[in-house]
Design a protein around this ligand. Structure first.
Ligand code: FES
Length: 233
């Protein structure tokens, strides 16, 4: 059995297996590091930066950074949480997120992080971008207004569904998720049971004809902040 690696997170000693990322080791130790693009069944993407921690004083993404002996990780500090809150606010203003009309409300990781970090009115101006909705598929719709470009669907479709239905196209403000067909989701082999649909952290990919299956008030983050399940471990 390989030797454990010892390091600290916010002064707490943590034991990790070689090859684990800081995020994985923290989670196993019952320490929550906020994340959006990371998902336990997918390879790390390192794109959203919500998991930013300071390693020996330098900012790193905890979902991609491997553990190393003796490193000092800062996670739950005022300075780092302010950075994370800024990132969440920027994600809110660069899309069109109308939580009160979204079926994902209460189960949405972006919304839940907004609550966790006490986000009120974002300090950045809303961009109100013009984004497309693709409702062509009989069972799934894509609402790009809510997409945060985390890439979970892109990775899940390729790695878990073996399909490659989704891909990023465009750059900068024009970047968006596109489907592997001439134009529409209906022309792909996407299925509502695909993992790609299930791993979306927001309401950008949703099954059709499902509304209030879980009533408001009983949803994942209605009573406890996101991350509480890990902190209770
Ligand atoms: Fe680590 Fe997104 S969760 S960069």
């Amino acid at each position: 059995m390989s030797e454990k690696i010892t390091f600290t997170i916010d002064g707490v000693e943590v034991q990790a297996d070689p090859g684990q990322t800081i995020l994985q080791a923290a989670e196993a130790a019952g320490i929550y590091i906020p994340r959006l693009c990371a998902h336990k069944d997918l390879t790390p993407h390192g794109s959203c930066r919500v998991c930013t921690v300071f390693v020996n004083g330098r900012p790193q993404s905890a979902c991609t950074q491997p553990v190393a002996p003796g490193i000092t990780v800062e996670n739950d500090t005022e300075k780092i949480n302010a950075i994370r809150k800024d990132i969440i606010e920027m994600l809110f203003v660069e899309g069109n997120h109308f939580c009160m009309f979204c079926e994902k409300s209460g189960n949405c990781e972006l919304q839940a992080l907004g609550y966790r970090f006490g986000m009120l009115a974002p300090k950045y101006p809303y961009m109100f971008p013009k984004r497309e909705v693709d409702a062509s598929h009989p069972d799934i719709f894509i609402d790009r207004n809510r997409c945060i470009l985390c890439g979970r669907c892109v990775r899940a479709s390729r790695m878990l569904d073996g399909k490659g239905v989704f891909e990023f196209v465009g750059r900068g403000p024009e970047k968006r998720v596109q489907v592997n067909a001439e134009a529409r989701l209906a022309d792909t082999d996407a299925s509502v049971t695909d993992k790609a649909v299930q791993v979306c952290p927001v309401g950008a990919l949703l099954p059709k004809r499902v509304g209030y299956k879980v009533p408001v008030g009983q949803r994942l983050y209605d009573h406890e902040p996101i991350g509480s399940d890990i902190e209770k471990k």
